[in-house]
Design a protein around this ligand. Sequence first.
Ligand code: SF4
Length: 371
Amino acid sequence: MSVGTGEHEHRVRPGKGTAVDVKLLTRAELALRGLGSDTEVRRPDGAGPSDDGHVLVDGANAALPSNPASPYTVRDGRVWLGDEDTGLTLTPVRRPAFYDLTTADGVPYEKIARLHGADVLATTVVQTCVRYAESDRCRFCTIEESLRSGATVAAKTPAQLAEVAEAAVRLDGVRQMVMTTGTTTGPDRGARNLARCVRAVRETVPGLPVQVQCEPPGDLAWIRELRDAGAVSIGIHVESLDEDVRRRWMPGKSTVPLAEYEAAWDEAVEVFGHNRVSTYLLVGLGEDPDELVAGACALIERGVYPFVVPFRPMRGTLAARDGVGAPDAQVLRHVTESVAAELRAAGMSGADQQAGCAACGACSVLSAAGG
Ligand code: SF4
């Protein structure tokens, strides 16, 4: 089975299938094609593969692209496909009150951390990446574009993060925090700074669960250091387990061998616990979908949650510049449904991670599929 990466102008519907299948397929199509109407809370660029409007679909966090060409619209709190009611409800996420504040040293809170979904505070503590030269950069990433556009600042201090987190919890009911980082030049690859930031936030807001995301640190002792600093979960994101895909899509990051990822995941499971470790797996980079599912199963056996996310050609990425399209909705549904079934069988749910992308779920369709 091969993955389509072209334009998908027609809607794919199964000839027959259960209501759940159809709903999941609709949710997959929504994730890929987005909404024709604008949403109020967006993150226009940034680290990772998401560039979306934040809403609740059937009450769950969902990050949906804004796409004037999408056939999906919202009316009366429901998602419509033309004049057909899809049966999905949609609630916009309102602009949070903390966005209107400014730190003691004069930086708008909005440039320090952003609201993802309805209740997740997300920040990129270092907004530059040692791998951002065009020859090295991950082709789905725009980490430095948001810096260039002035939407954020290059480095957030621990004090700034603590200040913003306190306000976001108090004013907007934020329930978890995600801290990611661009890869730094040191052998810890950014983990040392992440640990400092986690510690500051946890000292100020002890009840706020924090997830950290980084490359496998050269010295695995940093994983325990992150846990000791107060992080409850960790994402070590490989994006693809296929070596060809890794080399093509992540020329810089793929120089870190998969064996290093495996060692870091195993150490992280040891330190953080079963189902407190996750990794992104992107659907639509050209990998074989069944091999992707098999790889996800192996991760589940390790105690690592495979956060299956559709690749979307975000503005400003090398992939979008080169005209690479999103994957086929049927492929996304197939992979998502298969991985969700394996997660259920293993008793692993994203929500159990307490903090992080798997707990938020907005960028994936996994939670809609019961994962
Ligand atoms: S899944 Fe992760 S990147 Fe996506 S909205 Fe949630 S916290 Fe943000």
